[in-house]
Design a protein. Structure first.
Length: 104
């Protein structure tokens, strides 16, 4: 499972951030690793330099072999919270999709 991090001009894509994203995704989605070919994480600051309650957006796109990509979006006040919420949403979506595939 390849993990790619993309950030906008307002969020600096540091090695520390890339490491955090990879570690959390690998840990949380490891049971789906054999089905996922690639995960793309897009972090963006919706309000630029202004602060707001939900101004950080995390979009996660999971590519599953033979299926359409699964996309979720989460928003929160920090990168870490938006990422955690996004990973939890993705895990729930993948659990549902994989459950449907196995029941066929």
């Amino acid at each position: 499972m390849k993990i790619q991090l993309n950030t906008d001009k307002n969020i600096h894509g540091t090695e520390k951030l890339e490491s955090l994203v990879s570690e959390r995704i690998n840990h949380s989605l490891k049971q789906f690793a054999e089905n996922i070919t690639r995960i793309e994480v897009h972090l963006s600051d919706q309000n630029a330099h202004k602060t707001g309650a939900d101004d950080i957006q995390c979009k996660i796109e999971a590519r599953i072999e033979g299926l359409q990509p699964v996309v979720i979006i989460s928003k929160n006040s920090s990168k870490e919270k938006a990422l955690s919420t996004g990973i939890n949403k993705m895990k729930a979506s993948l659990t549902t999709i994989m459950g449907k595939i196995k029941s066929m």
